[in-house]
Design a protein. Structure first.
Length: 400
């Protein structure tokens, strides 16, 4: 499972998150073309390298000459107008749904602060254009990353005061505080000024599932620079791409016996359990009440996914109850490598680090797809993939 973890130890804003996304590797063409696609013909995208307290990062800015965008006048726009603009935008349904939700969250938060309806909350011209580009750009960036889930570490809110139109306000700013209700925050005293903006908090709300899994492995990371450059800490957001570590030490064992589930629905049940976060699912025949043949379903799940797995078990089977207990699970470290078995035909393999060296097993679905495409027996494909992977590992390729 590929995941992304936001580390807002110095806060989070739209430009910081855009910089971190560019830094971890997606082709920035989606960002360079974004103003034109959204109708902001006079906006230029500036992407450059920056250093924050000795840390190399990427800085993203939108340079507003004249926006030319429909729905935003020279005096700005209401949140309702921005939602209409996003709803017409040529973006995917995944991006559109989250962008609209982000603006609704901002409108509700600002509306609570100022005592006005959410749709009547007003953003001035530069702020409105920046908010649209930041929110849609960040969501498109994550869409291109293709991660399975996004999580976050505690959010720095900053220390001190922020200048508002009616005077100084304590940090976090009122709207930001509302948007972060229910989220774990950090009030580190060395983080100066406004660390997290309303746009950054709204993006966190629509992207993140909360705290990351208890165990994960870093694949790579990138940094997105903020505008300020204090001397005491890097004013930058770190974005970590990781793999969820399946070798969790403590798990829940979830068991049920079923005697009225048609056998052809066992495989869809297994798939639903794995999609819900189960680490493993075993099924075997047993003898139930009154001599009836039944199926014993035994599932292993990480502690933080156990409730979701139980929910999937109830939704996708005929069981009326389950038994649960915690278990200690000792496993070997594992990872994944990919090899080509023919031009443009690849197979993934699980690598288990055994005491005497790596053990390999080709992913079944990849093998079947490759065999169908190459018109070769699946077993031949699996053996070919394992041979190539062992050769690559022996040469040092694919090693961490």
């Amino acid at each position: 499972m590929q995941i992304a973890i936001l580390d807002p130890a110095a806060g989070i804003s739209g430009d910081m998150l855009l910089g971190a996304l560019v830094d971890v590797g997606p082709d920035p063409e989606w960002l360079l073309s974004l103003p034109g696609r959204l109708g902001f013909g006079g906006v230029k995208v500036d992407i450059r390298a920056a250093v924050r307290c000795g840390v190399r990062a990427t800085k993203v800015d939108f340079q507003l000459e004249h926006h030319g965008g429909q729905g935003i006048g020279g005096h700005g726009a209401h949140v309702a107008q921005l939602i209409e603009l996003v709803d017409r935008a040529p973006v995917s349904p995944w991006v559109k749904e989250r962008a609209v939700r982000a603006f609704r969250l901002i409108g509700e938060a600002e509306g609570r602060v100022h005592g006005v309806p959410a749709e009547k909350v007003h953003l001035h011209e530069v702020g409105a254009v920046d908010a649209v580009l930041d929110i849609v750009g960040c969501l498109e960036g994550f869409e291109r990353l293709g991660v399975d889930a996004v999580y976050n570490l505690p959010v720095a809110v900053g220390s001190g005061w922020v200048e508002a139109s009616h005077g100084k306000l304590p940090l976090p700013a009122p709207a930001t505080g509302i948007l972060l209700e229910g989220w774990e925050v950090s009030s580190a005293s060395w983080v100066e000024g406004e660390a997290t903006t309303p746009t950054g908090a709204a993006l966190l709300r629509v992207l993140s599932r909360g705290a990351p899994p208890s165990r994960w492995r870093i694949v790579r990371s990138g940094w997105g620079a903020g505008t300020r450059d204090p001397k005491g800490y890097p004013n930058a957001l770190r974005l970590i791409l990781a793999e969820a570590a399946a070798e969790a030490a403590e798990v829940e064992t979830i068991v049920t016996d079923i005697d009225d589930l048609p056998p052809e629905y066992v495989e869809p049940l297994r798939e639903a359990l794995l999609a819900a976060g189960a680490l493993d699912c075993t099924v075997w025949a047993a003898q139930g009440k009154k001599g009836r043949v039944s199926l014993r379903i035994e599932v292993l799940a990480p502690l933080d996914a156990a409730d979701g797995v139980v929910k999937a078990l109830f939704e996708n089977s005929t069981t009326a109850g389950v038994r649960r207990w915690r278990s200690i699970r000792n496993t070997l470290a594992r990872r994944e490598v990919t090899v080509d078995v023919a031009p443009e035909v690849s197979v993934r393999l699980k690598v288990t680090e055994g005491p005497s060296g790596p053990r390999l097993k080709a992913e079944y679905q990849d093998v079947i797809r490759a065999a169908d495409r190459l018109k070769r027996p699946p077993l031949d494909i699996a053996r070919e993939a394992e041979r190539r992977a062992y050769a690559a590992l022996g040469d040092g390729a694919g090693k961490r």
